[in-house]
Design a protein around this ligand. Structure first.
Ligand SMILES: [Cu+2]
Length: 142
């Protein structure tokens, strides 16, 4: 066998194109929740949502630039977003938003728009979930 050739091939297949950027994987779970609800990433990092459970998607509700939020995903689809603008992003699953299927992404450890995120109108349950996520986000930031 040409082990050397295979090793070289694997190296080129899996070597990252941009060493500084990172990918974070979040799964849709059967509990109508995202597997990771609060994510801290750097500017230029990518978040990927993996449909491990059916009936979910990603809908952006708020972000540092409200006029250009990342696009929403289709139900049951893999989704990937690269985040270039620092700040806090709030998203949820369209069918389960009112049940509190929410997530926060903090880009560049920048919490400048956190109070605007807190003021987003949501159902009572979603609001209490969001309050918990905000607490987590704050405790992780320096
Ligand atoms: Cu859902």
């Amino acid at each position: 066998m040409h082990y050397k050739f295979i090793f070289t091939l694997l190296f080129f297949l899996f070597s990252p194109k941009d060493v500084s950027a990172e990918n974070v994987l979040i799964e849709f779970t059967k509990f109508d929740r995202y597997s990771i609800e609060v994510v801290h990433i750097g500017v230029g990092d990518t978040v990927e949502w993996v449909p491990k459970s059916n009936g979910h998607n990603v809908e952006f509700i708020a972000g540092p630039q409200m006029n250009e939020l990342p696009k929403d995903s289709k139900i049951n689809n893999f989704h990937s977003v690269e985040f270039k603008t620092p700040g806090v992003y709030l998203y949820g699953c369209t069918p389960h938003l009112n049940m509190g299927m929410l997530g926060l992404i903090i880009v560049g450890d920048d919490l400048h728009n956190l109070e605007k995120i807190r003021d987003v109108k949501l159902s009572r349950i979603a609001k209490s979930v969001l309050d918990d996520l905000i607490k987590t986000a704050k405790s992780h930031s320096k």
